[in-house]
Structure formats: C-alpha cells, structure tokens
Design a protein around this ligand. Structure first.
Ligand SMILES: [Zn+2]
Ligand SMILES: [Zn+2]
Length: 396
C-alpha cells in the first residue's frame, strides 16, 4: 500500500471512530436552526469543539460575529488547505438545505486531518462561513482577505444526487422601489403619481425582455409592497428581484437591462426610482477539473457512484471563493433523486440516518482530498495550474 493510501485509511478510520460524536453535533444543530448571521450557538459548538481538540480558533473574522477560522499547523510550513463549514438554516423551514451536515462534515474532516498533520508540511483551516442563505458570508470573507493565504478550498453540500463538477449561477439581488404621489383614486386621480403602475410596467418590461436573453439567464421577482388601499393612488411600491446567469459579466449585463426596464417605467409614470443591490452578489462557481478529479477518485474508493449531471442549478457564495482560490463543492446524496432542496422533506433527510451517512462520506471525501493536496505537492501544483487555465478561459 502506498504512503498516500495509508494516510487516507488513517483519516477515514478517524472519522469512523468519531461517528457518534459527529452525528450528535449535526443533530444538535439540526434541532436548533439559526438563520443567516444569527448562527451563534451553531458556530460556537463547532468552534468550541475544534478548540478543545487543539485548533487555534479566531472568531468574529471579517466583522461577522458567527464566522470563524480554526487553524492547525503540520510538522513544517507548507500550503494551507481550507475546509469550509456552513451552518445557517432557512427562515421557517429549519435545516432544509442541510447546512448542519456541511458544518459537521467540515469539523469531522478537520479533526481527522489532525491525526496525520504532524507528519505533513502545511496547514489545515476549518473556516466557518455564516449566512449562505442570502447573506453571502463567503463573499464578505473573500473581500476581507480571509482566503488570501489559502491554496485550495473545499466543502461538500447534501443533495438528492452525487455530483462533482456542477457549476452555479452568478446571482444579483436587487431591490426596486418607486416613489409616487398619493391622491384620491376616484376624485383626483389626475393629481396622483402611481408607483404601482411603475412597478407593473417594470415587471412587464422584464417579460418583454425574456425572449432576447441567453438561455441561462434567470430573472425572477416578487412585489413586496404594492400599495396601501385601492382608493388611494399608490404612493410607494417595492419589489425584490434576482438576476442570474452562468457568468458574472453576462449577469451584470442582464442586471443593467432590468435597471433600464425600471428607469423606463419611472420615465413613463413620473414615479421616482430607487434601484440597488440589497445583498452581496454571488459569483458563478469556477469548476477546477483537476481538483474535481481528485475528489472523484476518492469518492470511487468510498463506493460513491456519480449521478447523471443535469443543467438545473442555483447559486452559492462558494462561487465567490472559487473565483479566487481553486475550490470544489461536490454534492452528496442524502435522499431520493426527486427530493427538492429547501423543502420539509429535505429538512427531515438532513436529520435522518441517510443524512448522517452522507455527512460521514462528505467528511471522508474532504479529508482524503486534503491528504492528496498536502502529502503529494505535485497534486496541488496541478490543481493550481488547472485553476489558472480555467480562470483564463473564463476571462476570454
Ligand atoms: Zn445550501
Ligand atoms: Zn440553500
């Protein structure tokens, strides 16, 4: 058996040995769901556990109370491999995206690496990234330089499929507001400026646009305030839109088209427009083929069969990390193929034996892949080369 294989067997054995503890932690987070940037107990549980095991834990990084970086050095200096934890839940739905499993799998992978790290050159960081569901914690952390010294980053997301090379869409989150002038809707409508008409013109403008957009573009919105009473000309309206596409330059173009629709509606009605991002942008995930190949080989060893990929995808703030550091974001199945994310069914799966099994596999994939990168420097060089190539292709 090669040295690399022996190291991998040791990290997977370590994860098996701590299985009960990991399941208990995942279930504790599942039972106490905390939404974006309010994950106080979840972040503390993961951070405290890492600290108890000798990791040096820095909390509140990047100005985010529930973000942390837990660091453990190897025998000598070398590259830093980051294992990313998420732990935020969905409002009203609990852990319907299974982030309790993501956070705990990252913990398990980090603790398992501890058993081999004294023999390796390099550093393992378990990075706690809050607010994936809409808040964009990772983007904020990228901007704050948290990933500046990181050579490679990974996380695994629970799913209804096993996938490794799925990209994700850039997404803008846009707030549109119109300010009109109230008036009696029957007696003096000529004195009013109708903010609802401006919003509806915007909505219809977007629909007129759809035929002329690339297939991967998505514009979807809701009117969150439509007026106050039918007998008052609406003075104020508000809508939230997402604009998505497979790459950031095109998503930006589409976002500007949305802005033009809103500006046209403002001009037509006389209402005043306020237009802007209400949450940070998520970038598309840049797939690193070489890095994915390492994870795929480890998944094969673990007996995980890849599902047939499809073109259905959302967005993740892991995309922002993938634009600056070679990254993987594989999906691991925890339920039937027709199970949708952000559903009660998914929440149940995230606390079930199938969820626990997926989490253990996820921890093993990440620990084995971290061994590939730290024990075999040629692997990391190839991953970084592949990343630069993809980056150049994307730019052109
Ligand atoms: Zn998620
Ligand atoms: Zn989600």
């Amino acid at each position: 058996m090669s040295e690399l294989q022996t190291l991998k067997e040791r990290v997977t054995a370590a994860i098996d040995a701590m299985r009960d503890d990991l399941v208990c932690i995942a279930d504790t987070i599942h039972a106490h769901p905390e939404v974006a940037f309010e994950e106080t107990e979840s972040a503390a549980l993961l951070g405290d556990t890492l600290e108890e095991h000798g990791f040096q834990v820095e909390r509140g990084v990047a100005g985010l109370d529930t973000a942390f970086v837990a660091t453990m050095h190897g025998q000598k200096d070398g590259p830093t491999v980051a294992i990313l934890a998420e732990y935020d839940a969905l409002p009203g739905l609990g852990h319907a995206c299974g982030h309790n499993l993501i956070g705990t799998a990252a913990l398990g992978a980090g603790l398992a690496m501890q058993t081999v790290l004294p023999e390796l050159a390099g550093t393992i960081q378990v990075i706690g990234t809050p607010g994936e569901e809409g808040g964009g914690g990772k983007g904020i952390m990228v901007d704050a330089g948290v990933f500046d010294g990181v050579a490679a980053a990974m996380m695994v997301h629970p799913s209804s499929k096993n996938l490794t090379r799925r990209t994700s869409l850039t997404s803008y989150k846009i707030l549109i507001e119109f300010y009109g002038k109230p008036a009696h809707a029957a007696a003096k409508p000529d004195e009013g400026i109708n903010a609802l008409e401006a919003m509806i013109l915007t909505y219809n403008g977007v629909n007129a646009l759809r035929q002329h957009l690339r297939n991967d573009a998505r514009i979807h919105g809701v009117i969150t305030h439509g007026g106050d009473a039918p007998n008052i000309v609406p003075e104020y309206t508000q809508a939230k839109f997402y604009v998505r596409a497979k790459d950031t330059p095109y998503a930006t173009q589409v976002m500007e088209k949305l802005r033009a629709c809103a500006e046209g509606a403002a001009r037509a009605t006389g209402a005043r427009l306020a237009f802007g991002e209400y949450a940070p942008r998520y970038d598309n995930h840049l797939v690193s083929p070489k890095f994915s190949a390492l994870a795929e080989a480890n998944m094969a060893v673990l007996g995980i069969e890849l599902s047939v990929p499809d073109d259905r995808m959302g967005s993740s703030d892991m995309g922002n990390v993938s634009q600056v550091v070679p990254s993987i974001h594989p999906y691991i199945s925890i339920g039937p193929e027709d199970m949708g994310g952000h559903t009660a069914e998914f929440c149940t799966a995230a606390g079930s034996p199938a969820g626990h099994e997926g989490m253990i596999k996820a921890a093993k994939i990440m620990a084995m892949t971290a061994v590939d990168l730290l024990a075999e420097p040629a692997n990391l060089l190839e991953v970084q080369q592949s990343f630069e190539e993809e980056k150049a292709l994307q730019g052109g």
